[in-house]
Every structure is written in C-alpha cells, then in structure tokens.
Write a protein that binds this ligand. Structure first.
Ligand code: FAD
Ligand code: SF4
Length: 494
C-alpha cells in the first residue's frame, strides 16, 4: 500500500539498541550494513527514505526519541511498522506514538509462514504445546513434503538417521559457506563500529556475511549445492576447526528479512525432488525452518512478557566471564567461544549441548544466559533467543518448549565431537584431579534438582543412575561442584 508520492520510510541506527546489552561487533556491522544497503535500494526504487546514521549529530539515540523528532518534523497521519522481533521494541514504539497525534498500525510480519493469531488459535485449549503437533499441522497447511494427506516417505521424522558422527578420522573436506567480501558500504560500517564500540565483544577482521537480498540468495544456493545433502546425517556432530560443517549459516539472513523462509524451503524441497539431496536431510532442514523457527516465535508472542521472568529451576549464578573471552582450560568451551569471537556463530548442538549445557548444569540464571546469547551471536533476536535459551536450553520455562532439561555428562560431548581428545580433563570422571567439570556438574545438577524433576517420566533413568552412587561419592561430587561454581563465577562480564 505504499504510495511513493505521499509516503516515506524512516530508518534509524539506534544507539540504545546497540548498547542495552554489549553486542558482538559482527552483529552490529551486519545489522547496520544490511540496513544501509536496503535504504539505498529503496531510494533507487523511488522511495523517500529518511535514514538516520548512528553518528548523525541530530540523532537522539532511542527509538522513542527519534520517532518523536521525525513526527514533529514531518507531521504524519499514520505510522506503520511491521511487528518487531522484540516485545521491548514494540512497547517503545507504542509509547512514542501515544504522545503524538497520529495512529499506529502494526502490520503482520510476512517473513513468517504462520501469524501470531494462527499460533494463538493452535495453542488455545491445549494443555501442552508440542513442536511435533505444530510441525505436522504446518506441513499439511502449506502442503510441504506431503503425498496427499501422508508425509513424504511415509514418516514425519527421520531423526534416527540424523545422528552421525565423524569418528576418529574427523570430517572430510567440506566447502564452507560462501564468503562475501565487504563492499564500500560495509567497510564504512566496520570503521564506524570499530570507532564507536571498541569494547564490544568479538572481532571484525573476517566479516564475510551477506548484506543484501541478492547475496542472501547466493548463500542459499551455495548451501543447497554443497552442504544440504549431508545436513541431516551430521546435524548433531561437532568438530574442532569446523565451525559450520554442513549447516546453512542462513539464520541471520532469515531473521533480518533478507531471505524469505518460503524461498528457503522451496529451494531445499526442489533439491529433493531433483534427487540432489536425500529425504532425511531435506526433512531435517524443513523441520528446523517450518517447525522450530515458527514454533518458538509463536511461544514468544503467546507468553510474553511473563516468559522472560521464568526460572523453573531457580538457578541464580551469573554467567562466567570466560564465556566472553574463552579463557578456560575446558577445551570444548574454549573452541566454541573462540569460534563465537571470530564469527559470532555456533551451530545448534554447540549452543545446546556445549555452551547451553554448561550454563544449565552450573546453575546460571536463565535470563542472564539469554543476555549473554544476545551479546555474542549474529542471529540473536529476542523472539528467537529467549525461547531457545531460557526455554529449550535452560529449562527456565519448566517444560513449555522442551519436555525435559537437556542435561548430560562430558561423555556426550566426547561422543559427538573431537573436543575431549585434546582436553586436560577426562570426560568419564566426576571426582579427582582430572574430573571433567561437565561430568561433576551434571551429577550435582541432578542431585540438587531431584525434588523439582523427579516426577518427569523422561528423567527416570538418569535419577536411577544417580541413586546407584554411594553417599561418599555424592558428597565428594557436591564439594567439587561447589568449588567449581565459586571459581567459575568469581569474574563476570555483564
Ligand atoms: P541450520 O542448522 O542450517 O538450520 C537451518 C535453519 O533452521 C536456521 O537457519 C534457523 O533459521 C532454523 N532453526 C533451526 N533451529 C531453530 C530453532 N530452534 N529456533 C529457530 N530457528 C531454528 N536461532 C536463531 O536464529 N537465533 C537465535 O538467537 C538462536 N538461539 C538459539 C539458542 C540456543 C540455546 C539454541 C539451542 C538454538 C538457538 N537457535 C537460534 C536455533 C539454531 O541453533 C540456529 O538457528 C542455528 O544454529 C543457526 O545456524 P544455521 O543457520 O547454520 O542453522
Ligand atoms: Fe569439555 Fe569435559 Fe570434554 Fe574437556 S573433557 S572437552 S571439559 S567435555
């Protein structure tokens, strides 16, 4: 409905958004570069664009103040925005407009395949919200990977085929995601970020993310051609020096609306139809984009703002400072955090079963883990980070997103990666000098949450194994875990 003769677009690089939590330099550069490219594109297409750069001397520094300034200047009849990705931002836009004499229209975000109202209808009168039920409904509603009313291949889920590891030999040569050298616009942004946010986390030297729709399309084509076929089989594997393996690195362009999820799904399903990728990979990928991505967004808008306060396990420690710096002898954490510092990226299992697992069993406040996540990842936005971090990985929501806490010993990390081979700790040991902190903290986590979790039917085996431990061992574990907790949280960054 945009009328180029009458309407204008307002875009701003807001300091408050860049500093309310210290943010990775790559994340800031990615957002501002994509915004500047998009504004240029709109101008070329004849739109009037008011674009406020971060260092504009007239900039008032927040959404609220800038919207007010521009409203006084341009006297609009209506302000129209797409539903933001953050409850806080929606509130601040609403607050700004309240004091102005004009109407606010919040449009549906068409970069999702379900709407907030669709999800509310799905959630209504359901005791629990299961991804699987929602995912099957989305497959049917959008006719994706269906054969009439049945799922393609006769099964909804090929997870059993998707647990491959690389063994002793490690991964083969895998083509990394397509790299995009910064153009002049991106280089200007990089200079700005280095100047204005020297103390923000992360490095900017190897910035190579796509910053336009065309580049995002190229990144998608590259994934479908070179990595999709093995995505499914190795989606849970981890390997040192291989940050991306067969993953797509498309979350950031999807979340910033440089790429439409329908396009991403079409291209991957087409690869299956053309026999260029097997069903376990394509279904596994579709499940992430059509299932999980839409599901967590639905939960976010259905449960905010109370969701952010949830802390079912009453975890209350701060996030250790080495989660920003990688200064720890735990090899798995060191590798993942170094990767974050360099690329602002980690794949799903590194997030869930290394860094998230560590914070969970240590007992970090779930909202603090989310704040750390927002500060370190290129793809983190409140709607997606909060349910994944506070819900899925920290079990802060008490089981809305996942049915049990994702807790495990160092042996899981050992099975799914090559990290433990070069570590000074032993993943099998929970007490003694070489005990792996993950293994000690795992048993301590079970013991201290016994009353809260004992009724969860999916935790039975884990508690039976805990019961087999002698009182002496349990005491030693508790004392060692207490020491680790106090050593690890002595220094924090946020
Ligand atoms: P791939 O492995 O190639 O997966 C394909 C796509 O599926 C992703 O690009 C993403 O768009 C989507 N996807 C997969 N899983 C999820 C999920 N659980 N929720 C939403 N989308 C999903 N994803 C984010 O986009 N932003 C976040 O802030 C974020 N935080 C997370 C925090 C934790 C603790 C965990 C366990 C997961 C989080 N995820 C988040 C989901 C997932 O880990 C990332 O989307 C994925 O690792 C991004 O890399 P990729 O593009 O290479 O993904
Ligand atoms: Fe991580 Fe423990 Fe393995 Fe070391 S031994 S890499 S700390 S899981």
């Amino acid at each position: 409905g945009f009328d180029t003769a009458e309407d204008a677009v307002l875009m701003m690089e807001v300091e408050e958004e860049a500093t309310y939590i210290p943010q990775h330099k790559i994340r800031l550069a990615f957002f501002f570069s994509a915004m500047r490219h998009f504004a240029g594109d709109l101008k070329d297409r004849g739109y009037t664009v008011y674009y406020v750069k971060l260092d504009d001397p007239n900039h008032r520094g927040s959404f609220e103040a800038e919207i007010t300034r521009w409203a006084h200047k341009t006297r609009p009849q209506r302000l129209i925005c797409v539903r933001p990705g953050d409850f806080r931002v929606l509130e601040s836009v609403q607050a700004a407009v309240k004091s102005l004499n004009c109407e606010l229209v919040v449009k549906t975000d068409r970069h999702f395949m379900s709407t907030v109202a669709d999800f509310e209808a799905f959630a209504e009168n359901r005791k629990s919200l299961l991804l699987e039920t929602f995912y099957r409904k989305m497959r049917r509603d959008h006719d994706i990977l269906m054969k009439g009313t049945d799922p393609e291949g006769g099964k909804w889920n090929f997870d059993k085929d998707n647990r491959g590891g690389f063994g002793k030999k490690g991964p083969p040569k895998i083509k990394p995601p397509r790299s995009f050298q910064p153009d002049r616009t991106t280089r200007d942004v990089i200079k700005l970020i280095k100047r204005e946010f020297p103390d923000s986390p992360g490095r900017l030297d190897d910035f190579d993310y796509p910053a336009t729709h065309e580049q995002a399309l190229e990144a998608l084509r590259d994934f479908v051609k070179y990595r999709l076929a093995h995505f499914g089989t190795y989606q849970d594997a981890m390997a040192a020096d291989h940050p991306y393996l067969y993953h797509s690195r498309l979350s950031c362009v999807l979340n910033l609306h440089l790429l439409d999820p329908r396009k991403v799904i079409d291209k991957t399903v087409q690869a299956y139809r053309n026999k260029n990728a097997p069903l376990n990979s394509v279904e596994g990928f579709v499940r992430q984009v059509l299932g999980w991505r839409e599901f967590v967004r639905g939960v976010y808008w259905a449960r905010m703002p109370e969701y952010a306060e949830m802390n079912a396990l009453q975890a209350d420690l701060p996030m250790p400072s080495f989660m920003w710096t990688a200064e720890t002898p735990m090899n798995c954490i060191q590798i993942c955090i170094r990767q974050l510092i360099d690329h602002a990226y980690a794949h799903h299992i590194q997030r869930l079963m290394v860094m998230g697992l560590f914070a969970l069993i240590l007992g970090v406040r779930p909202y603090d883990v989310h704040r750390w996540h927002l500060s370190m990842y290129v793809d983190a936005v409140d709607w997606v980070s909060l349910p994944n971090v506070l819900g899925m990985s920290q079990y802060g929501d008490g089981g809305i997103i996942g049915t049990k806490p994702y807790c495990a010993t160092g042996s899981y990390v050992n099975r799914m990666s090559d990290y433990c081979a070069d570590c000074s700790y032993n993943p099998k040991e929970s007490i003694g000098e070489n005990a792996c902190p993950f293994t000690t903290l795992y048993w301590d986590f079970l013991a201290r949450n016994h009353n809260r979790l004992k009724k969860n039917p999916r935790m039975g085996l884990q508690f039976r194994n805990l019961d087999r431990k002698s009182d002496t061992d349990r005491n030693k574990i508790r004392r060692k875990a207490d020491r680790l907790k106090s050593d690890f949280t002595r220094k924090t960054y946020l």
